[in-house]
Design a protein around this ligand. Sequence first.
Ligand code: TXA
Ligand code: MG
Length: 366
Amino acid sequence: MDTIIMKTDEAGAIEKASEILNAGGLVAFPTETVYGLGGNALDASAASRIYAAKGRPSDNPLIVHIADTKDVYKLAEEVPEMAETLMEAFWPGPLTIIFKKKALVPDTTTGGLPTVAIRMPSHPGAYELIRESGVYIAAPSANLSGKPSPTTAQHVIEDMSGRIDMILDGGAVGLGLESTIVDVTGDHPVILRPGFITRKMLEELIGPVEIDPALIKPDKNLRPKAPGMKYTHYAPSGDLSIVESASGTADDAVVNKINVLAREALEAGKSVAILTTKEHRDSYGVSLSNDNRTDGQEGCLKSAQVILLGSRSEGATVASRLYAALRECDEKGIEVIYCESFRDNELSGAIMNRLLRAAGHKVITV
Ligand code: TXA
Ligand code: MG
């Protein structure tokens, strides 16, 4: 299949994308969080095509994107008052709410669940596409299943070219991590996936909010309530470990440990990357001359690549760079990755959730 690629603001782009959606086809589009892979949420066969294009298990439900709060009442069987409070406060924006679904939403879209995830994105390109097409757009992140979510059109092109009808290129997204998901179908609201809308922000409006216990600690006996959270996600091909000290920040002990580990890996002939922020970019000077190599190879990577995640004091810059950095490790064929821990900023809930899963919960404590 030839994939049409157009800039979101190019003449005719939104019209073309709308036509494709209305014909049951698939269009990747930018949102403020990550790129989505969209199809008609009310068309079971479009939803099936989304699963096939992503290589995603079909028991992992899709988020339905809308452009008008009123549409919630058409898709959801019940809209609790606390959901209305949240919609009013955070939509359009990076918050997905789980409702009991109406029969009109196909089981294929919801992975067989009796509930539906709904979100109103704030990105103007996404908004225009939903408005122009008149379609409720079911969209997971536009990556191949298991890969980091795409934060640029180039990431989408790498994963989806030839697999879907069209890619709308809106440049790099603003936030870079997927929306917060909150379930309001039970007695108490529960966060199923942390994001930019934090627990504190929700609790200020609706009182106590629980966090799905399966998110806090990996436990084979706990099933995450968002089916997608049980899959290995976001994982780079290299072996990623998080290095942290009790403070959760990158203190001298963390920096020293990463330098020691990176040198050992280089000596073992591995290609190595260190994920850090601008505060510590000069603290990592790990390189190996050919004389020190024990594997006899020449001309290979001899220094650890230092990849910057923005600034530690501004969590949003780390969030926005994280997935691109993991993809960069893959592009460079990095075999071993050490990343500083980020438990010390306002977005640590969202950042550490993604990072821990990318690392398969491998944490080295110093
Ligand atoms: O920011 C985002 O939410 C992005 C953009 C494109 O909107 N979308 C996104 O979709 O991250 P996806 O499919 O990659 O993640 C959706 C998550 C999955 O973990 C899925 O299991 C969960 O939402 N989910 C969807 N519907 C659900 C439901 N009815 N009940 C529980 N979890 C649900
Ligand atoms: Mg995803």
